[in-house]
Ligand binder design. Structure first.
Ligand code: AMP
Ligand code: FES
Length: 327
C-alpha cells in the first residue's frame, strides 16, 4: 500500500481511525501535528514555559520529551528512580542514555536515598505499591518543578491512558476524578505547578510507532510491582470496540472534553471556563492559560513539615514517610 499523503513511498503505519496510512516521513509530520495541535487547542504550553518532562524510561515519556524538544520548548527531564531492583536500574539507564545522546543531563531523584524505595515504603505503610508510587511520584514532580522554577510539568499520558481512565471514572460515576480529568491542570496556590499531558491526542500505537521509527530505545518491560489490572481491563474493552469501530476511542475522549456547559458545570468547572474545556472549537485567547481548564483542587495550605501544597496539615508524602520511618 502507498502512503496516502505523498503517494510515493510505501506506507509503514496504518491508521484506520484516521482512514489513513503513512510512510515514515509523512507519519512524523502527522504525529508532530497531532501533538502541536493538542498543545495549541487546550493552551497547554506557551513558548515562554520552562517544562519539566517526567521521564520514566518507557516509550510515552521519552517520545514526549523528544517531541517537545523538536517543537522548540525549553525542557529538562526528571526521572524518579523508584528503587525497584533490576527494573529501576534498567529504566534509569534508558533515560540517561537517551538524554546523554542529546547533550542533556536529567534530574534524578533516587527514592533509596530519600528513604522511600517503593517496595519498602509500601510494605511499611501497608499499602499497595502502585498507590504509594503514585503519591511519591506526584509529590516529587511538583516539588522539583516548584523548587527549580519550572512553569509546567509534562507527563506522557496518551489517548489510550486517558480514555481508559475516563471509562473507569464513568463506570463508577466518580465525579471528583471526572472533574479533574483533563490534559491541563492549572497552577494553584501554595506552589502547585501546572500539569499538562501533551500526548492526549495520540494513541498508544501511534506513540509506539513514532518511538520505533525514530529509533528511541526505551524500557519495554512492565513494572513488576504493577497490580493495577483494572486500567488494563478498561484499555482492553476499548480496544475491542476500537477494532470494530475505528475512531471510537478518540470520539469518546474528545467528546468528553467538548461536553456542553451544563454537563461541565455539573462536574465542578466554574462557569466561563468551558471554552478551555471545549478546546477543539473554542476561540484562541491571546494569553495562554488565561482560563483554567479545570479548577485547581482546594488546597488547605502548605504542609507544616515540608511546605508542599497539602489538603491537611501534613502532606500525604510526609505522612507516608513518617510511617515508613516509624516501622
Ligand atoms: P504511569 O503512571 O506509569 O502510566 O506513567 C505516566 C507518566 O508519568 C509517564 O508517561 C511519565 O511521564 C510519568 N512517570 C511515570 N513513572 C515515572 C518515573 N519513574 N520518573 C519520572 N516520570 C515518571
Ligand atoms: Fe509505580 Fe510500578 S510504576 S509501582
Amino acid at each position: 500500500m502507498k502512503c496516502k499523503r505523498c503517494r510515493k513511498a510505501a506506507a509503514a503505519v496504518d491508521l484506520p481511525s484516521h482512514h489513513s496510512a503513512f510512510c515514515p516521513d509523512c507519519f512524523f509530520l502527522f504525529f508532530r501535528r497531532q501533538v502541536s495541535e493538542g498543545i495549541r487547542k487546550l493552551r497547554l504550553l506557551s513558548p515562554d514555559d520552562r517544562v519539566l518532562v517526567c521521564v520514566s524510561g518507557g516509550k510515552d515519556s521519552l517520545v514526549l520529551w523528544d517531541m517537545l524538544m523538536e517543537l522548540g520548548y525549553r525542557t529538562e527531564g526528571l526521572h524518579i528512580d523508584l528503587g525497584i531492583e533490576g527494573y529501576s536500574d534498567r529504566s534509569r539507564e534508558k533515560v540517561l542514555a537517551y538524554a546523554g545522546a542529546r547533550g542533556k543531563e536529567p534530574i534524578v531523584v533516587d527514592l533509596r536515598s530519600e528513604g522511600v524505595p517503593i517496595p519498602d515504603a509500601a510494605k511499611h505503610a501497608r499499602k499497595e505499591e502502585c498507590s504509594v508510587c503514585g503519591t511519591v511520584k506526584r509529590y516529587f514532580f511538583n516539588r522539583v518543578a516548584a523548587q527549580r522554577g519550572f512553569t509546567a510539568v509534562a507527563t506522557g499520558h496518551n489517548l489510550d491512558d486517558e480514555a481508559a481512565r475516563l471509562l473507569g471514572n464513568l463506570l463508577h460515576w466518580d465525579r471528583d476524578h471526572l472533574s479533574r480529568q483533563h490534559p491541563l491542570l492549572p497552577e494553584g496556590p501554595e506552589g502547585l505547578v501546572r500539569k499538562v499531558k501533551p500526548l492526549w491526542r495520540v494513541s498508544e500505537m501511534e506513540t509506539a510507532a513514532y518511538g520505533f521509527l525514530k529509533g528511541i530505545d526505551y524500557v519495554t518491560e512492565e513494572c513488576p510491582m504493577s497490580r493495577d489490572a483494572t486500567s488494563l481491563v478498561y484499555k482492553e474493552a476499548l480496544s475491542v470496540i476500537e477494532e470494530k469501530m475505528p475512531g471510537t476511542r478518540r470520539n469518546f475522549y474528545q467528546g468528553f472534553l467538548r461536553q456542553d456547559r451544563e454537563v461541565i458545570g455539573s462536574l465542578g468547572v466554574p462557569a466561563g471556563d468551558e471554552e478551555a474545556i471545549r478546546g477543539e472549537d473554542g476561540p484562541e485567547r491571546e494569553a495562554a492559560h488565561g482560563a483554567a481548564a479545570v479548577p485547581a483542587a482546594a488546597f488547605a495550605g502548605a504542609c507544616i513539615s515540608c511546605g508542599a501544597p497539602a489538603y491537611t496539615e501534613t502532606c500525604s508524602y510526609c505522612r507516608l514517610k513518617e510511617r515508613v520511618i516509624k516501622t
